[in-house]
Design a protein around this ligand. Structure first.
Ligand code: OGA
Ligand code: MN
Length: 200
């Protein structure tokens, strides 16, 4: 995990406090317009490479209908986001002893009509995912476009999180959540902060 500086706009104490109290935190206006623009461009130019997320190892599931592209070293702009998350992981490890070593991430595209039904990213601690993060990178989002992240916090309260552009939702990977059906194209990067090497 590379050492790197946390973006100045990330309120680390507030993030740690919200994670401790509720199991989730939100960062708004996470990045500069220049960086966000570069990320949108990188995502858009690779949209033709996105694959059906429901198909894994040839097996089709009906829990989700979005399309994804795993982020590797070639995707230089997205790599910077992963570096920022690595910097955040150092704070998370200090505060909560999570033992995060790696981040794995993919772009996701939900076209109109697509969704991700209720799930946990790490049910019963069966994988190394400790913290899930979702960065929303579409250029605009209206409140009636659907596509909300609905999340049950660690005290069993439900929250509706709108996928506002340039927002990052951060939550414990064991929490129950879903993506409601989007009515417009919804672009994001999901990244998991994990204790071991990704399996893919
Ligand atoms: C996921 C997920 C939530 C979102 O990718 O596992 O739950 O808001 N994403 O995109
Ligand atoms: Mn999820």
């Amino acid at each position: 995990m590379d050492a790197m500086h946390l973006p100045k706009s990330w309120p680390v104490e507030q993030i740690l406090d919200n994670l401790a109290q509720h199991g989730f935190a939100i960062i708004d206006q996470a990045y500069s317009p220049e960086y966000t623009g570069a990320l949108v461009h990188e995502c858009s130019t690779h949209l033709n490479e996105f694959r059906d997320a429901a198909i894994q190892n040839g097996v089709v599931s009906n829990i989700r209908s979005d399309h994804i592209l795993w982020i590797d070293q070639q995707l230089k702009v997205a790599q910077q986001h992963i570096q920022a998350l690595n910097a955040l992981s150092q704070h998370l490890n200090q505060a909560f002893f999570l033992g995060i070593k790696e981040a794995e991430a993919h772009f996701a595209c939900y076209n109109a009509g697509e969704f991700y039904a209720l799930h946990r990213d790490n049910p019963q601690g069966k994988n190394g995912r400790m913290i899930s993060t979702v960065y929303y990178l579409h250029e605009a989002w209206e409140n009636d476009w659907g596509g909300e992240l609905r999340l049950q916090d660690k005290n069993n309260q439900w929250h509706i999180i709108h996928p506002e552009p340039n927002r990052i939702a951060i939550f414990q990977s064991d929490l129950l959540h879903e993506v409601l059906e989007a009515k417009h194209q919804r672009l994001s990067i999901t990244a998991w902060l994990r204790t071991d090497q990704p399996l893919w």
